[in-house]
Write a new protein. Structure first.
Length: 439
């Protein structure tokens, strides 16, 4: 999964996702997710050992003590392994890499923001004389909302607001580097997010995961607008008209064909490319997005389909599957870490729930034959689009399968002697010439 194995020439950052385990004093996030499951497995092994002993004792089956001791030993080792491993999570998962080399393990999250900005600025300075693609994936505003001390208390919106303030400063530093090198008039900058606010992230009555306004749902929900609608801000002086608002559906999948076009290349012709070049829309050469239909997945499950019916100005959205909120009507899955994509915690709809986002962007009033005369026609057209879409899909191995995601000790990055992985090669590098924050 390393970026250098997927087309990038240089990498600096965190190869894993940011967890609360990475910040001292925070409760373990992975332990919360997996502890109950591993404890259940341990209990099942223990129950099996006890059952075999009882069966042997009453003479139902002559199990050998060798089998019983081996199973008991396996259960004990399994328990010790998973129970003790939670203490090593900050050392195993929380690290910074430069290319294939580890520079910090465990990472000191409070200084990561300035280090990442410094690397981004340095990259721009090194590549200013040629075309470059810089992809900066901020750890902000991901929980646990790690915020530098100088930004604590700057916002009126608590820790989340402070985190946004720091990210805003980081963006400003990168844009300033572009301007300082005289690259602003031939550099496209695109700022966006990969999902909506994380509604279930709370600490008491404090909301840590953001707010999605009028839009229903949030992070991890493949259909509701609050989970998939995110801001997109573009900057290219002299090429894109300033102060322009475009109310058309686009996708993160559009980045690929847009970058290919700007680089003078051609998208592959041997497969279906779901994205479209955004430049005609951004330059207002066309009025509408090329996306007539958009298919919204939760994992590998199709949850909703959007139909941008341009000729009548309607944006229809059909929900085939929706998460079961807890508690009912709460708008999120507060009883669980995140809403599920399948299984007992989702509801399947036949016919699907239908909304007109042009009139009901909050998806609060599902349509029916009684309220929308074209209901059957709309659903039929969307289902036809789904059939056509599914014909373009080619089965591939699941990246998120259990086998691919289970921890493998032999693949564990370590800058020490496993399991004691520790190093800090960033000492002295945190002193940055970046601009100071003005209060």
């Amino acid at each position: 999964h390393h970026p250098l194995n997927h087309g990038f020439d240089y990498f600096y950052g965190m190869p894993f996702t940011l967890l609360s385990d990475c910040q001292q004093g925070k409760p373990s996030e992975l332990a919360l997710v997996f502890r109950a499951k591993f404890l259940f497995y341990t209990q099942m092994i223990s129950l099996a050992v006890l059952t075999i002993i009882v069966v042997k004792y009453i003479g139902l089956f002559p199990f050998s003590w060798k089998i019983i001791i081996s199973l008991a030993l396996f259960g004990f080792l399994f328990f010790i392994t998973w129970y003790s491993s939670f203490g090593f999570i900050p050392y195993w998962n929380c690290l910074i890499m430069r290319n294939y080399s580890i520079t910090e393990q465990p990472m000191k999250v409070e200084r990561t923001a300035s280090l990442m900005v410094k690397e981004a600025v340095s990259f721009i300075e090194r590549n200013k004389n040629g075309p470059f693609l810089l992809f900066v994936s901020f750890l902000h505003v991901h929980t646990p909302l790690v915020t530098s001390e100088r930004f604590i208390g700057r916002s009126q919106h608590g820790l989340y607001g402070d985190n946004v303030e720091e990210m805003d400063w980081m963006v400003g530093q990168i844009l300033q580097a572009v301007d300082n090198e005289g690259l602003q008039n031939n550099t496209l900058t695109y700022f966006t997010s990969d999902h909506g606010g994380f509604l279930e992230a709370q600490q008491g009555n404090v909301q840590l995961g953001g707010w999605n306004g009028i839009y229903k749902g949030g992070k991890g929900m493949g259909g509701w607008e609050g989970g998939i609608r995110a801001p997109g801000i573009f900057r290219w002086p002299g090429v894109l008209p300033a102060d322009t608002v475009i109310d058309e559906p686009t996708s993160l999948m559009d980045i690929y064909p847009t970058v290919i076009h700007l680089g003078g290349g051609k998208v592959p012709q041997d497969r279906i490319i779901d994205g479209h070049d955004l430049m005609p829309l951004l330059q207002r050469k066309v009025q509408y997005s090329d996306h007539e239909f958009m298919f919204h997945y939760c994992g590998v499950y199709l949850h909703a389909v959007r139909w941008n019916q341009k000729e009548v100005g309607a944006v229809w959205k059909a929900h085939y599957t929706t998460p079961v909120f807890s508690s009912e009507g709460a708008g999120a899955c507060y009883g669980r870490r995140m809403c599920s994509c399948s299984g007992e915690y989702v509801t399947h709809h036949n016919p699907p729930l239908l909304f007109d986002l042009s009139r009901d962007p909050s998806e609060s009033k599902p349509l029916s034959i009684a309220t929308e005369p074209r209901f059957d026609m709309i659903i039929k057209r969307i289902e036809q689009a789904v059939e056509e879409h599914q014909m373009t899909l080619t089965p591939v191995p699941l990246q998120l399968s259990l086998l691919n995601n289970i921890w493998k000790p032999w693949l564990q990055p370590c800058c020490g002697t496993f399991p004691m992985c520790w190093c800090d090669r960033e000492i002295g590098n945190e002193q940055s010439p970046l601009q100071e924050v003005v209060g």
